[in-house]
Write a protein that binds this ligand. Structure first.
Ligand SMILES: Cc1ncc(COP(=O)(O)O)c(C=O)c1O
Length: 379
């Protein structure tokens, strides 16, 4: 039996989500833009999904716009906030997801924006006083800082960033793809302007997500071509995806406290077992800190060794799916830009394990045993 410990990449679909989607794959196939009964039924399902999501996030349905996932939502908010508000300066970090990082580099290359990187501390957390300095020097900027890092798990205090952005009249976008469905977001309380989500990160289907755009900070559409999504995103909606997204979020909210407790215990178990079996083991970023990192992610830093190059491949051969990323810049392997930014000189190995409600404590025990054997340490 294979063990899946790569839930930050994607999560298995919850069977109840699949059941909710099924009718919209078979009998309820109408185009939601059609005004006849087939269309109206499907339109109602989309609007009820939007309402459900808005209730959970404490915002209004009009502030939720469905997209094809996190990447499109990040691209849309960044590009359109810049063009709508004539923004020239963007404050971000070197460890954002490529959906943000590549989008910003592209805009910088075209001369549309000037990009400013905020300093990070030695654990990879944003230096808030430097952020304030940058905001002071560049008022009306776009700030794009992720809520939680998908590789090292560090969690940002978005409430604090939102307050700073309010003070310096900046537009605040946060890539919340790794936190929606895992933490509660009260959008009346957090004065953020745009955030993004992808259903497949919380046991929903792939290829569907949403963006939240605060109603008093509207942006122009990014995908043109149709009046769908209140003129905000052209294209026939992914109806069963949207229905599945809302169902997955509903389940995630209903079971959140229980799952957080359970998954945190898996992560704590792995930290403890790794510490006792692998001498010199460390954890990248702040991922061993259960209070300031995603409870779903643990990024293991392994002592320098010739075995490190092949670790992921060998874990896979032994039936364990995990993910990698190393600061290696030898050119052979495409290293992680996150680890390269934080540990430019490091030759240590990196394995990201990420957990879900479907993992069992035995999965952790087997993974640690296999990893310690691959590191040539008798368990
Ligand atoms: C932090 C973060 N942002 C954006 C994305 C992209 O989301 P999607 O796969 O839905 O395009 C991911 C998924 O890998 C992610 O982890």
């Amino acid at each position: 039996m294979r063990i899946y410990l790569d839930n930050a990449a994607t999560t298995p679909l919850d069977p109840d989500v699949f059941e909710a989607m099924k009718p919209f794959m078979l009998e309820d196939f109408g185009n939601p833009s059609s005004t006849h009964a087939h269309g109206r039924k499907v339109r109602a399902a989309i609007e009820s999904a939007r309402k459900k999501i808005a209730e959970l996030l404490n915002c209004t349905p009009g502030e939720i716009i469905f997209t094809s996932g996190g990447t499109e939502a990040d691209n849309a908010i960044i590009n359109s906030s810049i063009s709508t508000y004539g923004i020239r300066h963007v404050i971000s970090s070197p460890i954002e997801h490529h959906a943000v990082e590549s989008t910003l580099h592209n805009l910088q290359k075209q001369g549309v924006i000037q990009l400013h990187h905020v300093s990070l501390d030695n654990k990879g957390h944003v230096d808030m006083s430097h952020l304030e300095e940058l905001l002071k020097a560049n008022p009306h900027a776009l700030v794009s800082l992720m809520h939680a890092n998908n590789e090292i798990g560090n969690v940002l205090d978005i409430e604090q960033v939102a307050s700073l952005c309010e003070k310096y009249t900046a537009y605040f976008h946060s890539d919340t793809v790794q936190t929606i469905g895992h933490y509660r977001h009260d959008l009346q309380k957090i004065k953020i302007h745009g955030l993004t989500a992808a259903a497949h990160k919380f046991h929903g289907p792939k290829g569907v997500g949403f963006m939240f755009i605060r109603k008093d900070k509207k942006i122009q559409p990014f995908v043109h071509g149709g009046a769908q999504e209140r003129n905000m995103r052209g294209g026939t909606e992914n109806v069963y995806g949207i229905v599945g997204l809302a169902k997955a979020l509903e389940i995630a909210y209903r079971e959140m406290d229980e799952h957080e407790r359970y998954i945190k215990s898996l992560k704590a178990r792995m930290i403890e077992k790794l510490r006792t079996t692998i001498p010199g083991v460390e954890f990248h970023g702040d991922s061993e800190n259960l209070d300031r990192s995603l409870y779903t992610v643990l990024n293991v830093s392994l002592p320098e060794s010739d075995e490190n190059e092949m670790l992921l491949f060998n874990l896979d051969l032994q039936g364990i799916s995990a993910s990698g990323g190393s600061a290696c810049s030898s050119g052979a392997a495409q290293g992680s830009h996150v680890l390269a930014a934080l540990y430019p000189q490091s030759k240590r190995g990196a394995i990201r394990f990420s957990f879900s409600k479907y993992n069992k404590p035995e999965d952790i025990d087997v993974a640690v045993k296999v990893l310690s054997e691959l590191c040539k340490i008798p368990a």
